[in-house]
Design a protein around this ligand. Structure first.
Ligand code: G3P
Ligand code: CA
Length: 272
């Protein structure tokens, strides 16, 4: 009898919607996350930053200029300033139509992490959340402390017995992941990598990290790296995988999760 292949096959690769279904809807908005849930994504990815008045909001860039009709750094704006902006029209989803209803306004407003947690809680099926802390060193631990407090409030710092955690925290910053791991060891952490660094060739991910998050560029250039990470006991979540050829490559290599802007197309390619 052939040995059982313990690597995930095409049906067990987790499909993670990067900033929501961000190819189809403005990134990091309720519209994008609702679409990802409708599309059948297994998990949602979001970037978090702190506003000037200490709220965690889902915004990728340091400034709001690219993704809204406003200007300025998230860290210099209060939540009420951000709430007055339109995060949809840059992607053709204007909210300044005549008397937009509250729901259409909300769907392209700034999204707080708390609202995203509520959306996931109300989804009616298991959806995982992959939360990325952005440039946390600027805030000397405040992003992580607020994040931990919020996750504790929602009971997400400890998974139900026997179940995997529905939340994980990702970062390019080892220090950020260390702070999360120290505060809530049951929350898996993902170390994001843009390049293969020498210390990673030795298998040394930061202490406590369970999941490696290499870019697709790393995987293309060093396909054997995936098996090596997995042999060393890590799961492998690859970003950002939109090209069908890259999806095939990742499936062949047995990666554990694909982070993509187009969850619907990827799910269909995987036969789901
Ligand atoms: O999922 C990881 C990926 O999102 C990291 O890059 O710039 O899209 O946040 P970035
Ligand atoms: Ca991200």
């Amino acid at each position: 009898r052939p040995a059982r292949d313990s690597r995930p096959g095409p049906h067990t690769v987790s499909v993670v919607a990067h900033r929501g279904a961000s190819e189809d809807a403005p990134e990091h908005t309720l519209a994008a996350y609702r679409k990802a849930i409708e599309d059948g994504a297994d998990a949602l990815e979001c970037d978090v930053r702190l506003t000037a008045d200490g709220h965690l909001v889902c915004v990728h860039d340091r400034r709001v200029n690219r993704t809204s009709n406003g200007r300025g750094a998230v860290s210099a704006l209060e939540l009420s300033d951000l709430a007055a902006l339109d995060f949809g029209s840059w992607k053709g989803r204007a909210t300044d139509k005549e008397e937009p209803d509250r729901d259409s306004r909300d769907s392209v407003s700034v999204l707080t992490l708390e609202r995203l947690l509520e959306l996931v809680a109300d989804a009616g099926r298991r959806i995982e959340l992959a939360i990325e802390t952005k440039h946390p060193t600027r805030w000397a631990g405040q992003v992580e402390d607020r994040l931990l407090a919020l996750l504790r409030r929602y009971g997400l710092d400890t998974p139900p017995p026997g179940e995997p955690s529905p939340v994980r925290v990702m970062s390019f910053s080892a220090r950020s992941l260390h702070r999360i791991h120290s505060g809530a060891p049951a929350i898996p952490t993902v170390y994001l990598m843009q390049f293969v660094l020498p210390r990673h060739r030795d298998g040394q991910l930061p202490p406590g990290v369970r999941i490696a998050g290499p870019s697709i560029r790393i995987v293309r250039n060093h396909p054997d790296y995936v098996a090596r990470l997995q042999r060393e006991g890590h799961r492998v979540h690859v970003w950002t995988v939109d090209d069908p050829k890259d999806v095939d490559l990742c499936v062949r290599l047995g990666v554990d999760a694909l982070i993509t802007n187009r969850p619907k197309r990827v799910l269909s390619q995987l036969g789901r």
